[in-house]
Design a protein around this ligand. Sequence first.
Ligand SMILES: *[C@@H]1O[C@H](CO)[C@@H](O)[C@H](O)[C@H]1NC(C)=O
Ligand SMILES: *[C@@H]1O[C@H](CO)[C@@H](O)[C@H](O)[C@H]1NC(C)=O
Ligand SMILES: *[C@@H]1O[C@H](CO)[C@@H](O)[C@H](O)[C@H]1NC(C)=O
Ligand SMILES: *[C@@H]1O[C@H](CO)[C@@H](O)[C@H](O)[C@H]1NC(C)=O
Ligand SMILES: *[C@@H]1O[C@H](CO)[C@@H](O)[C@H](O)[C@H]1NC(C)=O
Ligand SMILES: *[C@@H]1O[C@H](CO)[C@@H](O)[C@H](O)[C@H]1NC(C)=O
Length: 322
Amino acid sequence: MILEKWLQGARPEISTSSVLWKLSGTMFFMYLLIVGVSAFTIQPEERTVASGNCQFRGKHFKTIFGVEGEPAVLRCPQVRYWLGASASFHVNMTWRKNDSAGMAPGGEETQVWVKDGALWIVPALQGNSGTYICTVRNASYCDEMSIELRVFKKTEASLTFISYPQILILSTSGSLVCPELSEFTRNKTDMKIHWYKDSVLLDQANEKFLSVQGTTRLLINNVSVEDEGYYSCVVAFAHNGTPYNVTRNIKLRIDKKEEETVPVIISPHQTILASLGSRLTIPCKVFLGAGTCSTTLLWWMANNTNIKSAYQEGRVTEGQRL
Ligand SMILES: *[C@@H]1O[C@H](CO)[C@@H](O)[C@H](O)[C@H]1NC(C)=O
Ligand SMILES: *[C@@H]1O[C@H](CO)[C@@H](O)[C@H](O)[C@H]1NC(C)=O
Ligand SMILES: *[C@@H]1O[C@H](CO)[C@@H](O)[C@H](O)[C@H]1NC(C)=O
Ligand SMILES: *[C@@H]1O[C@H](CO)[C@@H](O)[C@H](O)[C@H]1NC(C)=O
Ligand SMILES: *[C@@H]1O[C@H](CO)[C@@H](O)[C@H](O)[C@H]1NC(C)=O
Ligand SMILES: *[C@@H]1O[C@H](CO)[C@@H](O)[C@H](O)[C@H]1NC(C)=O
């Protein structure tokens, strides 16, 4: 799992020349702490931009994998931030593919449409692979972020690329979770997930594996080394009367015992250069290993002071965790 948190600096007030402004005057540090609870506040940003002026926040670290012929859904990566920042949520979300100028259409008759801010591609084809850009805009603010979609043919060879890694501990009981399904299982009481191990359907009468009713979990009893390998979960989804399967692949690794998880900062490590007068966003990326977001705290500091105190006027703010 990877965590990301941005540090954002709005325009410095004084901008006399356009020389490079080195951020060495202020020492920025990122701090991590493993705690039992996560206590995070999302700080609203106060800024106004002229309409048409849209800030690009960068590419989301996650790549979305799709299986050819199945539905794929892209969620706007920056939306959680907007939800936290703006109570009213009067925003306009639009999508476009990087290599085409056109907006994604709104109607569900076509292959590609936008619903509640998410981009749906039904069915996804290999040609739909690429970088997609989501623009979120309200009356006073606009930003964009991109996310990559890669659609693979359903073959054994593609498994290593498209599998989600999951870990269970030897001789314990634990669950696999069928990931990234929320759009397909929402408001469904009769959700039924079929689980496969190495392409063989896992029988419900099996005492070893139990697909927990009404959830996206597969319970594995008394985990053994032989349980390692590729699993897939399949949920049926109908659109306009056409049935589709949604497949997710999991690569299960078995560990001897629960390891201490020590988060590692991936970036940044180097001095950041910025041009004077520009807006600057610095992402901090942290690898959590088998750790989870809920037990990790991540924050930025400037000169050993927290950002809110160091910049009381709010010129530099912390973004949300992604
Ligand atoms: C950080 O320290 C440097 C050097 O003492 C100072 O120039 C700078 O203004 C300080 N920045 C903040 C945000 O306190
Ligand atoms: C637009 O969104 C920004 C950022 O979320 C928020 O601070 C601002 O209040 C919103 N403006 C309107 C008019 O809704
Ligand atoms: C959203 O923005 C697009 C492009 O600017 C515009 O065509 C569309 O009408 C807007 N939708 C709403 C609901 O404001
Ligand atoms: C869009 O594509 C162009 C050229 O292929 C590339 O230079 C640019 O970085 C891409 N933009 C994003 C947001 O990925
Ligand atoms: C768990 O499996 C191992 C062999 O894989 C076996 O020796 C052990 O008795 C099992 N434990 C339980 C509680 O079933
Ligand atoms: C979905 O998968 C099941 C087997 O897992 C298969 O019987 C069914 O035909 C598939 N449906 C579609 C629409 O591909």
